[in-house]
Design a protein around this ligand. Structure first.
Ligand code: ATP
Ligand code: MG
Length: 242
């Protein structure tokens, strides 16, 4: 595991509860209610990943699977300026695929193998992981089928993360119906989508919530090597910060 690296979040406090950031060779998830900063975090990390290793980066390019239509090159440009990176170059180093449905999403990830195998890309972002699966499989009768296909998709990503030594960041939403089950429930009683199948595929799971005023809070829910601590952060023009 010594070849593994960590990519910074952009916030020193947040990095500190993760021993430096989100780890490679594994699948990491941030989940939480709307506007808590999930999309802002992965935008920030898309710039961080390009930085030198001693600045919390991975000296690599980035691949993004956008399933919600919320990827914004203008935000990347703003965040790049904060870190002294050329805004155009920052965007050129990010390949973005718009996932139209769950099958398409799987195909997009498979199509990225070459970029990861060569070491060109070091970070894979999926924002969000469940949105397409949720709309493609409606109704209770389709749940088992959904979970099986989701499991195959996640297995593929796990192998990619390990074999190619990349960090995978999944953004996930919370159930709009809190309290359906206490399992995986966060501090606010809400639970992430995807059930056991997604939960078991993850190495690190982080709950995001709104704090006082502009403050946001990240909490380690599940990690193989970090305690269940909390960190506060804010969302700025330059991305996630202390
Ligand atoms: P959703 O579940 O709806 O996708 P999310 O967790 O992805 O939500 P984000 O889009 O990451 O939420 O965060 C939205 C927040 O980011 C808003 O509060 C918004 O004010 C803030 N934000 C967006 N752009 C900027 C910016 N340029 N400067 C400061 N704050 C910003
Ligand atoms: Mg979002």
């Amino acid at each position: 595991r010594k070849r593994c690296f960590r990519i910074s979040t952009g916030s020193k406090q947040w990095d500190s509860i993760l021993a430096g950031g989100f780890q490679s060779c594994s699948i990491n998830e941030v989940y939480g209610e709307f506007r808590c900063g999930k999309t802002q975090l992965v935008h920030t990390m898309a710039v961080m990943a390009q930085l030198p290793k001693d600045q919390g980066g991975a000296e690599g390019r980035v691949a993004v699977i956008d399933s919600e239509g919320t990827w914004r090159p203008e935000r990347i440009a703003q965040i790049a300026e904060r870190f002294g990176v050329d805004p155009e170059l920052a965007n050129e180093n990010i390949v973005v695929g718009r996932a139209l449905n769950s099958e398409h999403q799987h195909e997009l990830v498979c199509g990225l193998s070459e970029r990861f195998a060569t070491g060109e890309c070091r970070l894979l972002i999926v924002d969000s992981i469940m949105c397409n699966w949720r709309t493609d499989y409606t109704g209770r009768g389709e749940l088992a089928d959904r979970q099986q296909r989701l499991g195959q998709h996640l297995k593929h990503m796990t192998l990619m993360a390990e074999e190619f030594n990349i960090t995978i960041m999944l953004v996930n939403q919370v159930q709009s119906d809190p309290g359906a089950s206490a399992l995986f429930a966060g501090a606010d009683g809400r639970k992430p989508l995807g059930g056991h199948v997604l939960g078991h595929a993850l190495t690190t799971r982080i709950l995001l919530r709104k704090g006082r005023g502009e403050e946001r809070v990240a909490k380690v829910i599940d990690s193989p090597d970090c305690a269940e601590k909390e960190a506060t952060y804010i969302i700025t023009t330059g991305g996630i910060n202390d």
